[in-house]
Design a protein around this ligand. Structure first.
Ligand SMILES: *Cc1c(COP(=O)(O)O)cnc(C)c1O
Length: 232
């Protein structure tokens, strides 16, 4: 397990990012991987824009949000001052929010059903551009969790590529809270390998070390960068 230490005050965010990058580097090297192949995503859900600015101040550019509405309130202004900022959607996407999501996000990591793929393709045809998409796989087959069932993931990946022709570049998973995450990361990596998909979004504050060892290219850290999440 990763040592989660105590919550940093806002001014320590750049410090935490620097230390995490060192930690990521040494985990990668020990696992025989290139540290440059691992992208640290700062998950800023429920955090004020000021916390994001703190991260931006030390050169950090990759962020994740799990709600379209919250990202729409925070990010347009931040993007205006930092055009190189990249923002990923990592929470469930409803079809009625597709237009806003396509407009706002650089990567949508949570494609998980044909109806959503169809809505994304339709919006892509309308505006003439589309964010990169990752498919979220519900590796633990949890009924309350979004993500496509692993049993039909192969078929869905083909459909997204061939029928909808979306720019599919990655897979994403959130393992069940009370299970060993390694087998879920391995399942995701194996599915990606089968399909020649190169990006793997997996690993959070408590388990990113294991995710790196199993091939993660995007690790999504909230708590270990910004401290304990404030209640909503
Ligand atoms: C909140 C969230 C994270 C970050 O979790 P931490 O444990 O705070 O690092 C990562 N991925 C997703 C999908 C999330 O919703």
């Amino acid at each position: 397990m990763v040592d989660m230490q105590t919550a940093p005050p806002l001014c320590e965010i750049p410090d935490r990012i620097a230390r995490l990058k060192e930690q990521i580097g040494s985990i990668a090297v020990n696992a025989g991987r290139d540290p440059e192949a691992i992208n640290l995503m700062a998950v800023s859900k429920y955090r004020p824009a000021q916390a994001v600015r703190e991260a931006l101040s030390c050169g950090h550019r990759l962020f994740g949000e799990n709600r379209v509405q919250e990202a729409a309130q925070k990010y347009p202004e931040l993007k205006a001052t930092h055009p190189e900022l990249t923002i990923h959607l990592i929470g469930p996407l409803q079809t009625n929010k597709v237009r806003e999501a396509v407009n706002l996000f650089d990567v949508i990591e949570t494609l998980d059903r044909p109806k959503l793929a169809q809505a994304l393709a339709k919006e892509r045809d309308r505006v003439g551009r589309c964010p990169e998409v990752f498919i979220q796989i519900n590796t633990g087959q949890e009924p309350q969790k979004s993500g496509i069932d692993p049993l039909v993931a192969d078929e869905f990946i083909k459909k997204v590529r061939e029928e909808f022709q979306l720019p599919l570049t990655g897979l994403m998973c959130i393992p069940p809270a009370n299970e060993e995450p390694a087998m879920h990361f391995a399942l995701l990596a194996e599915c990606a390998r089968r399909h020649g998909i190169t990006k793997l979004s997996m690993g959070m504050s408590a388990d990113f070390d294991k995710a790196i060892c199993l091939g993660a290219t995007e690790i999504r850290l909230g708590t270990s960068i910004f401290g304990p999440r404030p209640a909503r």
